[in-house]
Design a protein around this ligand. Structure first.
Ligand code: HEC
Length: 377
């Protein structure tokens, strides 16, 4: 009797210490094999809780919306995944106190919405994409569903970063969202083919990310709450062990966050980036890192530091900065100030990050910096 109790206590402790901490298993979504895939069968699959964090590294040209997003809280969602020979289905359920539906005629009201994103290239030897909207080296497929009055609004597109979206007419996929008034929650269900010409999800470990838009908070475009990359584990297919090793780097306690914070000042990161109490860099010069730990996987953070050219974030520069010392153009506007574009184009048209690589830092220094960045959420 006594022994049993002790065992129980230990496992309860282990469980509670893992809950909510950053543990790679928390980011793995186990897909269940189902004969039929629909909202009902997906509801029977054990769901996993994930957290979506406000993203404002890319700012809208809307002061109100930007102010709201800064004060927004993270939102929790439950995810369940199922698959069969041909299809994959994902159920996404999240709380939203107020149902917002975009009116049929354009106004400044926005509907609630949800997006599911997959990289089109992933697996052995492939690095992780920019979770925000993909990048030139890592296009992503985005499925977007919005609550719009009187019409079914669902879209799929390939994106290589903000402002590069190409709409894809994918056949045979379904995306629904339904609001439960009593529970005050949305349930969205996407069911799509495992394989299409643009996206092959028949793999043992498939990166996926989620975003939700809150219409009341003027969320749209880059203003939303997003998750980091999660990984769908499909037992029917074999996951490449080297890929699993790569994506699981850096979870748990990997270094000293306090030292990482000091290293960031010593290395001048705060000269370009704003984060926590560091706000001397001009707004918009580089992505704001205040919430970076919420939606970035540790290995992505590591690579951002040592190899900024692998993922180059395109900013649309929506918070326009003008060069007022230049001449006005024909319609009387000043040209953009290039200082606020995050990349330059080399002579082959390839994007080069303006961030210098920090590959010279020791492994310990990088681990400490990543440990600190993970705390920013
Ligand atoms: C000269 C300005 C500059 C400096 C100094 C700089 N960065 Fe950056 N950083 C950028 C720019 C511009 C980008 C966006 C373009 C890109 O993707 O590389 C960026 C991107 C990033 C990202 C990805 C952000 C995201 O939203 O996904 C991280 C993380 C990052 N930097 C961390 C650091 C750290 C840590 C340091 C210091 C060791 C540092 N940066 C120093 C300019 C800078």
């Amino acid at each position: 009797m006594k022994k049993k109790l002790t065992l129980f206590t230990i496992s309860a402790l282990v469980l509670s210490s893992n809950a909510g901490t950053d543990n790679f298993n928390n980011d793995v979504l186990e897909a269940k094999q189902l004969s039929k895939i629909d909202a009902q069968s997906l509801s029977s699959v054990p769901a996993k809780k994930i957290v979506l964090y406000p993203q404002y590294s890319v700012r809208l040209n809307d002061k109100n919306a930007n102010e709201i997003v800064e004060k927004e809280q993270p939102v929790e969602a439950e995810i369940a995944v199922g698959y069969n020979q041909k299809e994959i289905g994902i159920l996404i359920r999240w709380k939203d106190e107020t149902k917002s539906v975009q009116p049929a005629l354009a106004t400044n009201k926005y509907g609630d919405g949800v997006a599911v994103e997959f990289p089109t290239v992933y697996g052995k030897g492939k690095t992780l994409a920019y979770v925000g909207m993909g990048d030139a080296n890592h296009p992503v497929m985005v499925y977007l569903k919005k609550a719009v009055e009187g019409k079914e609004y669902k879209k799929s597109f390939i994106s290589e970063g903000f402002g590069t979206m190409t709409e894809i007419q994918e056949k045979g996929y379904n995306f629904t969202m339904q609001y439960d008034d009593s529970k005050k929650e949305w349930t969205a269900v996407i069911v799509k083919p495992l394989k299409t010409p643009d996206l092959n999800l028949a793999s043992g470990m498939v990166p996926v990310a989620f975003a939700v838009y809150d219409g009341d908070s003027l969320n749209r475009d880059g203003n939303k709450r997003i998750s980091s990359w999660k990984f769908i584990k499909i037992d029917k297919f074999k996951a490449d062990p080297s890929y699993v090793k790569y994506i699981s780097w850096g979870y748990g306690e990997i270094g000293d966050p306090a030292r990482g914070k000091e290293l960031m000042v010593q290395n001048g990161c705060n000269g370009c980036h704003r984060y926590a109490d560091q706000n001397t860099a001009p707004e918009g010069l580089a992505p704001n890192l205040s919430k970076i730990g919420g939606y970035s996987n540790p290995v992505y953070l590591k690579e951002s530091i040592i190899n900024p050219n692998d993922v180059v974030i395109r900013n649309l520069n929506p918070n326009r900065h003008y060069n007022k010392s230049a001449e006005k153009d024909k319609i009387g506007a000043y040209p953009n100030n290039d200082m606020y574009t995050w990349y330059i184009k080399d002579n082959k048209g390839k994007l080069q990050s303006k961030m210098p690589p920090y590959a010279h830092l020791s492994e310990k220094d990088i681990a400490d910096i990543v440990a600190y960045l993970k705390t920013l959420k």
